[in-house]
Design a protein around this ligand. Structure first.
Ligand SMILES: NC(=O)C1=CN([C@@H]2O[C@H](COP(=O)(O)OP(=O)(O)OC[C@H]3O[C@@H](n4cnc5c(N)ncnc54)[C@H](OP(=O)(O)O)[C@@H]3O)[C@@H](O)[C@H]2O)C=CC1
Ligand SMILES: O=C(O)CCC(=O)C(=O)O
Ligand SMILES: [Mg+2]
Length: 422
């Protein structure tokens, strides 16, 4: 008889039984290849780390093509209810059609379950091929706001009655004169709120303090989008100063001191704060940020940003440490405890069913999940095995094409190798 039980959360603390039920979504495209390899590695690590005393009871829930084929719905309510009930889940990538069709199921899962923080750690593993000279200098954690921004899906298609109404409202009631081609524009709306910003930046700062990270950078395009991205910066600094004032020093405080007392006083205030062990909270405009993470990655650590910036930054930083094949992530609501772990990459449809792509992103997402559950020994075992396997140059196609003397293996064979090296 199965002893499987739910993971629960009480007073902000997760309660994890030895046989937790964890729902999983297999994913579209390369999802099944990756999942079938990953689950073997996760189970083997848990078995070995706890001598069989702990075991995950996997519960499949449907989304995407498999859900549509079996139920006629892309994201059945039962899937949302199950994840709501069992708290922690893991998923493969899901396809989103471009320019029409249904809206992103990945985004829908995040919004429906209010998983407001998309956490994407970016670090280099010894031996992984990278386009930069010193990939080891890149060690960052992205906190991407996951429920707002243009991802809220408030968009009106060119030529429709809806867009006509919006354009007329903007022109007639709001005095807008600069819609360049009003007859042929589609319109998207970008909501960014104080509540949404503050809960995200609060989580990022708390994470940075708990994990002894060097600094938090608020990344925005506030010079152009003043009341959305600019407000994100303002509210971000407010959280930092009002809620973490004894633990952080902000560049906003630096600027205020500089304006009143001059640059020397501001430099001294920052130096004193750092000497007192305070963490720096700074900000960067998104375009220059994308240059500086390449040229001076050591200056950045935890990154707090909005949904679209976070999406771009995730893939750009992944490239720096070896690519999207080794880029894990988690979508978390720190208040309710709900979390869905998933890779940064998508379904890579051209490789679907070929048993070819790198499963490391999903496997490392599972490591994040094991750490989140407090099963750090199993997570560490997997991380060590990935390092050992890559160092021995046994890798999937994405790394093999960039490495001299590599042995290219299939997704399933890479998993075999990881299990052998646990
Ligand atoms: N969270 C999610 O579920 C996400 C879903 N998507 C969806 O996925 C679909 C495809 O999106 P697309 O823009 O092509 O992006 P993808 O991330 O799916 O793939 C782009 C490229 O990245 C490389 N890649 C992706 N996954 C792996 C892997 N596991 N191992 C090695 N290389 C990998 C491949 O590069 P190469 O060609 O160089 O070999 C691939 O062609 C879209 O429908 C999109 O909406 C996208 C992102 C996230
Ligand atoms: O939902 C999608 O199709 C894309 C999502 C995405 O790019 C991401 O989560 O980084
Ligand atoms: Mg993306």
């Amino acid at each position: 008889m199965s002893n499987a039980q739910k993971v629960t959360m009480e007073n902000g603390v997760l309660n994890v039984p030895n046989n937790p039920v964890i729902p999983f979504i297999i994913g579209d495209g390369t999802g099944p290849d990756i999942w079938n390899a990953s689950v073997r590695v996760i189970d083997a690590a848990v078995e070995k780390a706890y001598n069989g005393e702990k075991k995950i009871e996997w519960k499949e829930v449907l989304a995407g093509e498999k859900a549509f084929n079996e139920t006629g719905e892309w994201l059945p309510q039962e899937t949302l209810d199950t994840i709501e009930e069992y708290l922690i889940a893991i998923k493969g990538p899901l396809t989103t059609p471009i320019g029409g069709g249904f809206r992103s199921l990945n985004v829908a899962l995040r919004q429906e379950l209010d998983l407001f923080a998309c956490l994407r750690p970016v670090r280099w593993f010894e031996g992984v091929p990278s386009p930069v000279k010193r990939p080891e200098d890149c060690d960052m954690v992205i906190f991407r706001e996951n429920t707002e921004d243009i991802y809220a899906g408030i968009e009106y298609e060119e030529g429709t009655d809806e867009v006509k109404k919006i354009v007329e409202f903007l022109q007639n009631e709001m005095g807008v004169k600069n819609i360049r081609f009003p007859e042929t524009s589609g319109i998207g709306i970008k909501p960014i709120s104080e509540d949404g910003t503050k809960r995200l930046v609060r989580s990022a700062i708390q994470f940075a303090l708990d994990n002894n990270r060097k600094n938090v950078t608020i990344v925005h395009k506030g010079n152009i989008m003043k009341f959305t991205e600019g407000a994100f910066k303002k509210w971000g600094y407010e959280v930092a100063e009002q809620e973490f004032g004894d633990k952080v020093f902000t560049w906003n405080q630096y600027d205020e001191i500089k304006d009143k007392e001059g640059v020397d006083a501001a430099n001294k205030a920052q130096a004193d704060a750092e000497a007192a062990g305070k963490m720096i909270v700074k900000d960067s405009i998104a375009d220059i940020f994308l240059q500086q993470i390449l040229t001076r990655p050591r200056e950045f650590d935890v990154v707090a940003t909005m949904n679209l910036n976070g999406d771009y930054i995730s893939d750009a930083l992944a490239a720096q440490v070896g690519g999207i094949g080794i880029a894990p992530g988690a979508n978390i609501n720190y208040v309710t405890g709900h979390a869905i772990f998933e890779a940064t990459h998508g379904t890579a449809p051209k490789y679907a069913g070929l048993d070819k792509v790198n499963p490391s992103s999903v496997i490392l997402s599972a490591v994040m999940m094991l750490d989140h559950l407090g099963w750090t020994e199993a997570g560490e075992m997997i991380t060590n095995s990935i390092e050992k396997t890559i160092s021995s140059k046994v890798v999937t196609y994405d790394f093999a094409r960039l490495m001299d003397g590599a042995t290219e293996v299939k997704t399933s064979e890479f998993a075999d190798e990881l299990i052998k090296n646990l």
